[in-house]
Ligand binder design. Structure first.
Ligand code: C5P
Length: 300
């Protein structure tokens, strides 16, 4: 028997970052949205851990490890340890989320693996326990479980759903060269240092979501990692300029980058903006709706 679970990419509508903590992480006040780019994880019975990879066109797999250091193996081992069982599994990952793109693709795979193995092994882990295990695996893993739109606190792992009445459309523009999340946080420390205030989620963003108004959302987007990421990768400024010229309502870096997201009015506008970006010779362009569901079983 195999079980396939689908998990979505995330975009931080707001990413407020505070001064670095003693454990090396940064306190976050973020608003996550799950957007329609997906990885599928298929888990099957096996005597030892095995990871295999495949991907949609234009998604490079070079940076994804297939050994025990892959986050899906860490996820599987953490779930087995939680239940005090000694089991392994084969995990097939089919990537539709760009790798090292600031879209939390690895976190999506970890969340999908937790859900798939919980089913495969008939564990019936509670949501609370699954979220706790997810939080130990990585800052974005709990959100990948819950999906939709949620506020994230702590280092990102404490998630709380928020009202979102929008039917948003995004165009995501990927970049050939990935960007390291720790390197971007270090650049943040150098640029703004310890002097920065504790981050907060702005009320006007929550209002824009509740109203489902794209014009208001465009005004309310913000990402504290954008300036440090652009300092490391000045070439990305061209993508921002091209997105604005293509008619996007707003253009913002996704998480620590390098993927750039463009807010559109609706599906037709997203097709138009995506077409304009392709005409400018970008070959990693995806239109995606949001919000979409968190990790969910797609084969029974
Ligand atoms: O939690 P995750 O494994 O996704 O974090 C990757 C890296 O990003 C961390 O090792 C840390 O350098 C940085 N990070 C951070 N503050 C956060 C989240 C991540 O400094 N809130």
């Amino acid at each position: 028997m195999t079980i396939t679970v689908r998990a979505a990419a995330k975009f931080n509508l707001h990413l407020g970052v505070g001064p670095v903590r003693e454990d090396g992480f940064h306190p976050l006040a973020t608003v996550y949205q799950a957007i329609g780019l997906y990885d599928d994880v298929t888990a099957g019975e096996a005597d030892g851990w095995q990871v295999t990879l495949s991907a949609e066109d234009h998604i490079a797999l070079a940076e994804v490890p297939t050994g025990d250091d892959n986050i899906v193996v860490r996820a599987g081992k953490a779930l087995a340890a939680h239940h005090g069982i000694d089991r392994a599994a084969s995990i097939e990952i089919h990537k539709g989320i760009p790798v090292a793109g600031g879209l939390a693709g690895g976190s999506a795979d970890a969340a999908a693996t937790l859900v798939a193995l919980d089913r495969l092994w008939s564990l019936e882990t509670s949501d609370e326990d699954l979220l706790a295990i997810a939080g130990r695996l990585g800052s974005d893993v709990p959100f990948a479980l819950v999906g939709a739109t949620a506020v994230g606190g702590g280092r990102g792992e404490i998630v709380e759903p928020v009202a979102d009445n929008g039917a948003w459309w995004w165009v995501a523009v990927g970049n050939e060269q990935g960007l390291s999340t720790p390197a971007v946080y270090r650049a943040f420390d150098e640029l703004v240092g310890a002097g920065v205030a504790e981050p907060q989620v702005p009320e006007r963003l929550l209002m824009a979501l509740e109203k489902g108004d794209a014009g208001l959302l465009a005004e309310a987007l913000a990402n504290d990692l954008q300036a440090p990421a652009l300092a490391l990768r000045p070439d990305l400024a061209q993508t921002f300029a091209d997105g604005e010229e293509a008619g996007a309502l707003a253009v913002q870096l996704s998480g620590s980058g390098p993927t750039v997201l463009m807010l559109c009015r609706d599906a037709a506008h997203a097709r138009e903006v995506a077409g304009a970006m392709q005409a400018k010779a970008y070959d990693r362009v995806w239109a995606a709706p949001g919000p979409v569901a968190g990790a969910h079983v797609v084969t029974y």
